[in-house]
Design a binder for this molecule. Structure first.
Ligand SMILES: [Zn+2]
Length: 65
């Protein structure tokens, strides 16, 4: 059951498995902690993606000189 945290975060569990895991999650601190860790990953990836995009908003000024 503990192994299903990643599948739960990715949303690939069946409806039954999803409900079963949420019930398990209520009682399992280990899975709650793991869920928080996994939930933070997409944010970190977003930050990495935003870095190059931000530099596109700020074009090199050497062109206007
Ligand atoms: Zn667990």
């Amino acid at each position: 059951m503990h192994d299903e945290v990643a599948a739960y975060v990715l949303g690939v569990l069946d409806e039954d498995e999803h409900e079963a895991f949420e019930r398990h999650l209520d009682t399992c601190e280990r899975c709650q902690a793991e869920l928080i860790e996994l939930a933070e990953l997409p944010e970190e990836l977003d930050e990495l993606k935003n870095a190059p995009a931000a530099s596109e908003d700020d074009p090199p000024r050497s062109m206007s000189r």
